[in-house]
Design a protein around this ligand. Structure first.
Ligand code: ATP
Length: 326
């Protein structure tokens, strides 16, 4: 029983005849960073909106610290929300945007102190008097984050907060967001369709597909022991070998577990599996090579169709790949 964090019990939600969420049951631990990860349309934003109170489920309950908050309006939940689209007040300065929700909730002197703390914490001191139109996307999102965190929310909800930013800023903000979350120890739920973002940021990943939760676990667990081929394929690069396994099982291997070796130089004494093939094509992709192979049967016949495998650059470089056989 998750007495301290968020608990989602048997939540269902349909829009007309379309079922967006089908019997969702998850625990979101207190003080941790949880990612809702899945492809577009899988229902993750709908679930986040139900957690936030902006949307009501058709059935099921949302509990916070064991208390049923399903019907509690969003304004009455002390939750901070940050959207992809910053949503800052364009006519207010950075400082006024951050202080907006604090006014009337605490004495003026405390508002000033809190504001200073936020500007320092999120490194916005140099731009406190600027307007949103004078800020970069990354700066605007940091202001949105500061505004959400300033309210000392019980839960921080983030809906694709980094998606609109360019790659470099995104990676930088990823780190800042993780550090902030750890420093404040705030229960955080982030929606993302970016598996790399989820793997690098989350303490816990909830993988969704077609309105269902398909796996829950640490980044290591979902990467190393995916529960379905969908999870294996969606998270990280993976190679499937359906028709080359004698026992007709579907084998899936990460690029870093594949070794390419010249014909006859393969050592399978440790129980690892191998097959022979001719290399047809090699593409360098930075950290890995994408290699197109034409498998050869034990009798020397070539397979009709090629297999594409991703092999880590390190493993691939151990041998001269252009020597033609594996
Ligand atoms: P994305 O990453 O594209 O935002 P998502 O996983 O967050 O996808 P949701 O926004 O939760 O997905 O939407 C899930 C499904 O429910 C989608 O097929 C969407 O079209 C549908 N949907 C969401 N909100 C509504 C609504 N208000 N009315 C009708 N259909 C909706």
């Amino acid at each position: 029983m998750n007495r301290e964090g968020l608990t989602i019990r048997n939540v269902r939600k349909s829009f007309g005849s379309f079922q967006a969420l089908n019997n969702i049951a998850i625990d979101i631990p207190k003080g941790k960073f949880t990612c809702l990860l899945g492809p577009s349309g899988c229902g993750k934003t709908t679930l986040l909106r139900i957690i936030s109170g902006l949307e009501r489920p058709d059935s099921g309950t949302v509990l916070l610290g064991g208390r049923d908050i399903t019907m509690l309006p969003a304004a009455k939940r002390n939750f901070g929300i940050v959207f992809q689209s910053y949503a800052l007040f364009p006519n207010l300065t950075v400082a006024a945007n951050i202080a907006y929700g604090l006014k009337g909730k605490m004495p003026r002197r405390d508002v000033e102190a809190k504001l200073d703390e936020m500007l320092r914490l999120i490194d916005l001191e140099g731009i406190r008097d600027r307007y949103p139109s004078q800020l970069s996307g990354g700066q605007q999102q940091r202001v949105a984050l500061a505004r959400a965190v300033a309210m000392s929310p019980e839960v921080l909800l983030l809906d694709e907060p980094l998606s609109a930013l360019d790659a470099k800023v995104r990676v930088k903000l990823r780190e800042e967001l993780c550090l902030l979350q750890q420093r404040l120890g705030i229960t955080t739920v982030m929606v993302t369709h970016d598996q790399e973002e989820a793997l690098t940021m989350a303490d816990r990943i909830i993988v969704m597909d077609h309105g269902l939760v398909v796996q829950t676990g640490t980044p290591q667990e979902v990467y190393d022991r995916p529960s379905t081929p969908f999870v294996a394929d969606f998270i990280g690069a993976i190679n499937f070998f359906p028709e080359h396994a004698a026992d007709k099982q579907l084998y899936a291997m990460r690029p870093e577990h594949i070794i390419i070796a010249p014909d006859g130089a393969v050592d399978t004494a440790d129980g690892s599996r191998s097959f022979r093939a001719i290399i047809q094509h090699i593409e360098f992709r930075g950290s890995f090579y994408r290699i197109s192979l034409l498998p050869i049967s034990d009798h020397g016949g070539k397979a009709a169709s090629a297999v594409t495998v991703d092999v880590s650059a390190q493993a691939a470089q151990q041998h001269d790949l252009r020597r033609n056989t594996v």
